[in-house]
Every structure is written in structure tokens, then in C-alpha cells.
Design a protein. Structure first.
Length: 312
């Protein structure tokens, strides 16, 4: 009675055999015969044909209720099958800064590839400004970054980060402020909690290593220096946080680096706490607000959030 089901429902919607026949591209006699056959099989009339406008009988109401439940179940099944098939193949494009690619994404990508081996992954490594522009224009599906504009993006928090000042262990800067210095183990093990934050005014005249404009770390570092009254300075400008961190550890200047990078790379250096609220930031996974939410993207977000649960 699968075909008759559709015929019955169209007559119900149109309240006319003639209109329903046109919509179904069948003749009216063929439609009437199909409905009559269904009524004989059910042992009850579905439509009251005695008035000018076709109406449902009591049995007909029960039939329509059943058809609507069947249609809803069929639609749900089709959506579920489409979602399952979508997760077997296709592509997802992911963007992130270099430090996130190095320290955060590998574990996420390993888990995602194990769960969805048929999905191809494509990547964009860029600055915060470039990543958000790419996500907003639809060039990438998702990006991992900071401070998403909720008017433009949907964002899922992944992990909180703390920014530290970093100087090489053998530098005059590290020696001068040794009483405030923390080690990698202090940060990873959250030891020495009573050590005061360094006053960033001591950076005045120091060799600074900062990221270029358009990076979240650049705007935060400049804002924190400004809060400490260090508004004019010269600095080596780089594209990537990992490079700035490496140079600072070698004694070529001081820079700003996150605990995520410190605990992942574990370079021995002198690290200093910062008192500014801007030293705290939240790594999020962002997607353009009006973008289509596909099963692939949902799967990637769930994987990333699951791995980073408890790190907020």
C-alpha cells in the first residue's frame, strides 16, 4: 500500500481528487481506483464523498495520522542514512596558527582520522586575521583560534591558555629577575604558585621578539606592554610563535609564549607570570555562523571537544 499511501495523503492535502491527480501526474479514474482499493483492504472508507468538499471519515483520520508518522519516520531514516554516508567520504578543511598545528592539532587529527578514515583533511596555516577571513568567506570549514566575533561565527571552546614572558636561561634579563623565574616543570606541574608576576615595565629597552600584526599574540603582547607603560619599543617581528619561542630560548630576545607551547615543547628557559587579564585566552574552534552544519564538521568538532574536555 506504499503507492496508495502517497495517493491518499495527496487527496487529503488537496481535498480534491481532481487537484490531487494533477499533482501526482495520474488520471483521476486511476487515482480513485487506487484509493478505493486501499479502502477495500482496510475495510473502511477513508473519505466522505457525500459533500462537495472531500472530508476524512473517523477511520480516515486514523489512516492520515498513521501516514504522517510513516512519512516522519522515512524522513528521519533518510536523514540518518545521509549523515552516515557523508561521514564515510568527503573533505573537511581546517585552519590554525602554526603553534596550534604543532601542539594541539596532532592529537585531534589522529583521533578524527581513526574515527572517519574516508574523510580527506585539508589544512591552512596562517595568522589569526587570515584564518578568520578564510572562515568567514567559506574557504575553510573550521578554524582553531581566539576571540571569535559571535555575530559572525559559531565557536566551541576547546582549552584555556595562559601566556608567559620567556627569556633564555643564560641572559642578563633572566639573571636580573631570577627570583621571579619559573621552569617548565613549575608550569606543567603548577608549582611555585606564590611567585609574583613580573612587571612588564622592565621590558623597556630590552630586545623584544613579537609576532607580526594580525596575530592574536601580537595584539595581546602589545596591549600588555602598553598597560605597563611600554608604548614605544623596537622588536624583531616574526610570522610564527614557535620561531619566536625558539629564538628567545637561545637568548636572542624576550617573547610571549603560551603554557600550551611550553608544556608541549619543554624548552629550558626562564618563564615569568603576567598579571594582565589579557594573559588568559581561550582556544576555540570556529565556524562561519551561516555555514551549513555538515556531519563531517559536527564529527570534527565533537572529536576536538572530546579530546580537550577538562582543559577549559
Amino acid at each position: 500500500m506504499l503507492r496508495e499511501k502517497d495517493y491518499i495523503y495527496e487527496v487529503y492535502r488537496e481535498k480534491s481528487f481532481t487537484k490531487a491527480a494533477k499533482k501526482l501526474f495520474v488520471t483521476q479514474p486511476a487515482l480513485s481506483a487506487s484509493v478505493k482499493k486501499a479502502e477495500l483492504e482496510l475495510g473502511a472508507e477513508i473519505f466522505d464523498r457525500r459533500s462537495s468538499e472531500i472530508r476524512l471519515t473517523e477511520a480516515g483520520r486514523a489512516v492520515i495520522d498513521a501516514i504522517e508518522k510513516i512519512n516522519a519516520a522515512e524522513e528521519e531514516l533518510q536523514n540518518r542514512l545521509s549523515e552516515i554516508n557523508e561521514l564515510k567520504t568527503g573533505t573537511i578543511s581546517v585552519g590554525a596558527p602554526n603553534s596550534v598545528f604543532t601542539c594541539v592539532l596532532p592529537q585531534i587529527l589522529t583521533a578524527f582520522r581513526a574515527a572517519y578514515p574516508g574523510i580527506e583533511l585539508r589544512f591552512l596555516e596562517a595568522s589569526s586575521a587570515e584564518l578568520k577571513e578564510a572562515a568567514a568567506s567559506g574557504l575553510i570549514d573550521v578554524c582553531l583560534d581566539y576571540d571569535f566575533d559571535e555575530r559572525l561565527f559559531r565557536s566551541t571552546p576547546l582549552k584555556s591558555e595562559t601566556i608567559y614572558l620567556c627569556a633564555g636561561t643564560g641572559t642578563a634579563f633572566a639573571a636580573e629577575h631570577a627570583d621571579l623565574a619559573l621552569s617548565v616543570d613549575d608550569i606543567s606541574g603548577k608549582k611555585k604558585t606564590g611567585v609574583p608576576a613580573i612587571d612588564l615595565s622592565v621590558c623597556r629597552g630590552s630586545d623584544l621578539i613579537l609576532l607580526k600584526k594580525g596575530n592574536d599574540m601580537c595584539s595581546r603582547a602589545e596591549a600588555m606592554l602598553g598597560e605597563a607603560g611600554v608604548s614605544e619599543f623596537s622588536a624583531m617581528r616574526l610570522d610564527q610563535l614557535m620561531t619566536a619561542y625558539s629564538l628567545a630560548c637561545r637568548g636572542l630576545g624576550i617573547t610571549f609564549v603560551t603554557d600550551t607551547v611550553i608544556c608541549s615543547v619543554r624548552r629550558e628557559a626562564a618563564y615569568f607570570r603576567l598579571s594582565s587579564p589579557k594573559s588568559k585566552r581561550l582556544l576555540c574552534l570556529g565556524q562561519r555562523r551561516n555555514a551549513l552544519i555538515t556531519g563531517r564538521v559536527t564529527g570534527f568538532i565533537a572529536t576536538a571537544a572530546g579530546i580537550n574536555s577538562g582543559l577549559l
